[in-house]
Design a protein around this ligand. Structure first.
Ligand SMILES: *Cc1c(COP(=O)(O)O)cnc(C)c1O
Length: 453
């Protein structure tokens, strides 16, 4: 079975550069083939893999070099192999003494991430299924640390560029939607720290309990980085928990350029990063880091009689006491093994390359005076629209996106900014290189010229 699966996967990955960037045809038929009664008897493995292979070709080719939509994922082969080993040995790492050395591996991988951000020894973290869950646990930790049990007066400060998972997390954590307070931002889409300070004071004067500010280290829309050091100043003066949502951009910290842009991030109370975005790992790998680890534990640990035989935490954390989860997969190997195999330098260089590629695409499009790119890429998102000679601009750009994606060589997505339809290319995948971005620039320019007649 392993050999058959490996041979399918090798072929799949080798074909990625030539595979269509999306295949959205005959989806109903393709899905209908899988709408069947539960089988009483088995099917030969080869046939099953064949079926799965056909299914895998449908939809967006998220693992391919042309996928520039939303925030691309990765899919390092080494991580897939790590998962194969981890699920094969099926050891449990949620409490340390069940698999002390493997739990140490996971703790070490988390420590490596914490070191990236200059976090102290008492920092703790968890590997989550992604940024949404990291943001959720961060908000729960902040709530527990800063508010009384009756917390409904608590208010959270964000900009309108914050990721929707932050609002969703606040709602899941029990806050009414009115708890979300939207701080003005500047033309570069960054939070205005002085406006934050004024809002916090006014809200407090009106009887609310400001307790949390969520800054973005790379917004999803444009990759804007909030002024973290200034926000950290306000947070410490006003006694707010500072959470940095770095689910998209946080791991660019590995590059010198982003490291400079992120100055002050080490003062955040918590940081969410997504190795399944900016470390090229498969979907399902997020991380939450908390500077004072006891805060994370206080928010997530409860006593259970049937767990009384388990050892108290010593050097190695009982991860379940820091997370909503008890049983789960051994995510640590998926993060640790690729870093061991390739070394951190390989990730640094790959991320630097993505920053260069974004800059290159930005410059290519800027050359034409009909493309509008008001946001210089701080990280690896290039957001643009085209000013057509006539007609509804939003409608034109919607059509332009369709035409770009019809090339099947690249796949982009869009967003709305201040009422404008904006197309975005997000360059993150380890399989995306200069050749594909040159091609993307050509495709985009030609599609716009063809359409604007
Ligand atoms: C992707 C993203 C999230 C959500 O992370 P998931 O891993 O998709 O759950 C949160 N914040 C930002 C800025 C993101 O880009």
């Amino acid at each position: 079975m392993a050999e058959t699966a490996t041979s399918f996967l090798t072929g799949f990955i080798e074909d990625l550069p030539d595979a269509p960037a999306s295949d959205l045809e005959e989806l109903t038929e393709a899905s209908a083939a899988f709408r069947e009664q539960v089988p009483e008897t088995g099917t030969p493995f080869e046939r099953i893999v064949h079926q799965v292979a056909r299914a895998a070709g449908k939809g967006f080719t998220t693992a391919g070099p042309g996928y520039l939509a939303y925030i691309p994922g990765g899919g390092l082969w080494a991580a897939a192999v790590a998962d194969f080993i981890a699920t094969g040995i099926n050891k449990y790492v949620g409490v340390w003494n069940a698999a002390p050395v493997l739990a140490q591996i996971e703790a070490t991988a988390i420590r490596w991430l914490s070191d990236l951000f200059g976090y102290p020894a008492e920092a703790r973290g968890i590997l989550t299924s992604g940024g949404s869950m990291s943001n959720f646990s961060a908000i729960v930790a902040a709530r527990r640390a800063r508010l009384p049990e009756g917390f409904l007066d608590g208010t959270v400060y964000v900009t309108d560029q914050v990721h929707a998972s932050v609002t969703k997390s606040a709602v899941l954590a029990g806050f009414p939607e009115r708890a979300m307070r939207v701080v003005p931002r500047d033309a570069a889409m960054r939070m205005q720290p002085e406006a934050l300070r004024h809002m916090v004071r006014a809200d407090r004067g009106a009887g609310a309990s400001p307790f949390l500010v969520v800054a973005s280290a790379g917004t999803t829309n444009t990759g804007a980085v909030d002024p973290l050091a200034n926000i950290a100043d306000v947070a410490s003066e006003e006694d707010l928990w500072l959470h940095v949502d770095g689910a998209y951009g946080g791991l660019f910290q590995l590059t010198e350029r982003a490291h400079r842009a992120f100055a002050g991030i080490e003062r955040a109370d918590s940081i969410a990063v997504d190795p399944h975005k900016t470390m090229f790992l498969p979907y399902g790998t997020g991380a939450l880091l908390v500077r004072d680890g006891t805060r994370l534990r206080e928010a997530h640990s409860v006593h259970a009689d049937y767990l009384q035989d388990l050892a108290e935490e010593e050097e190695i954390p009982n991860f379940t006491d820091y997370s909503p989860e008890l049983s789960r997969d051994f995510r640590g190997l998926r993060l640790w093994l690729p870093i061991k195999l390739h070394g951190l330098q390989a990730f640094r260089e790959a991320l630097d390359e993505k920053l260069d590629l974004a800059r290159f695409l930005f410059e290519e499009l800027t050359e034409s005076d009909r493309f509008e790119l008001p946001w210089e890429p701080e990280l690896s998102v290039v957001a643009f629209s085209y000013r057509s000679h006539a007609g509804d601009q939003n409608q034109f750009n919607r059509k332009l996106l369709e035409r770009i994606n019809a090339s099947k060589r690249v796949f982009l997505s869009s967003t709305m900014i201040d009422g404008r339809f904006v197309i975005r290319a997000c360059i993150v995948s380890h399989r995306t290189h200069r050749d594909r971005i040159e091609e993307a620039a050509e495709i985009i320019k030609k599609a716009a010229a063809d359409l604007d007649t």
